[in-house]
Design a protein around this ligand. Structure first.
Ligand SMILES: [Zn+2]
Length: 203
């Protein structure tokens, strides 16, 4: 494999990027100056140095001077600790946070559960989620907030099934985002009103 192919293979792993787009990225980089590419590669290198993963919600956040282990939502005393919203990924959390329709805690599952897959444990944080439920003494409700597509629905039932015993034991209600979202909706791209309705109509 030459340098062009190697780089294109890496871009192909990016979400939503196919073979042709990956090649276009490589050709774009070839057309740029050396300084541009050096800046890009040092930004990529720094990303891991300046970013940490929250110990509670597993969200990535920019480290501050104090090198805290918790993100600003988990560390904020104004966050409502009686609700926990489970989302697939960081960008879903960011959309909901930006919409200001929800002031509770979050948990990033780390992916959706593919319908055909048998061994799911390694891919999503189900054990960590169970621990999060037991660790939070104020918790009254878990809100499952996945995109409305077959994989999102499947993940919803999988998570429900996995946490139902512990939720029952601790008297925690399990709800799912309502159908204010239309089928096929990606949570990440939903507008404020849609999110507000989906939250209000949770069941
Ligand atoms: Zn956090």
């Amino acid at each position: 494999m030459d340098a062009i192919e190697k780089l294109a293979e890496i871009f192909k792993e990016f979400p939503g990027i196919g073979e042709r787009q990956a090649k276009r990225f490589v050709y774009f980089l070839m057309s740029r100056s050396g300084a541009y590419n050096e800046n890009l590669s040092s930004l990529i290198t720094d990303l891991k140095k300046e970013v940490a993963q929250c110990k509670e919600c597993f969200r990535f956040f920019i480290l501050n001077q104090k090198k805290e282990k918790l993100c600003d939502i988990c560390a904020n005393t104004n966050t409502d600790t009686s609700t926990l919203m489970v989302v697939e990924k960081d960008s879903d959390l960011e959309s909901i946070k930006k919409s200001r329709v929800y002031n509770g805690k979050y948990f990033i599952l780390g992916g959706l559960v593919p319908i055909v897959e048998k061994t799911t444990k390694s891919r999503v944080r189900i054990e960590e989620l169970k621990q999060a439920l037991s660790a939070n003494k104020n918790l009254k409700e878990v809100i499952l907030a996945f995109s409305l597509n077959p994989q999102g629905d499947h993940t919803d039932s999988y998570v429900r099934d996995q946490i139902k015993d512990i939720a029952q034991k601790l008297s925690i209600k399990i709800s799912s985002l309502g159908r204010g979202l239309s089928t096929g909706t990606e949570l990440e791209y939903s507008d404020n009103d849609t999110l507000k309705n989906a939250l209000k109509n949770r069941q």
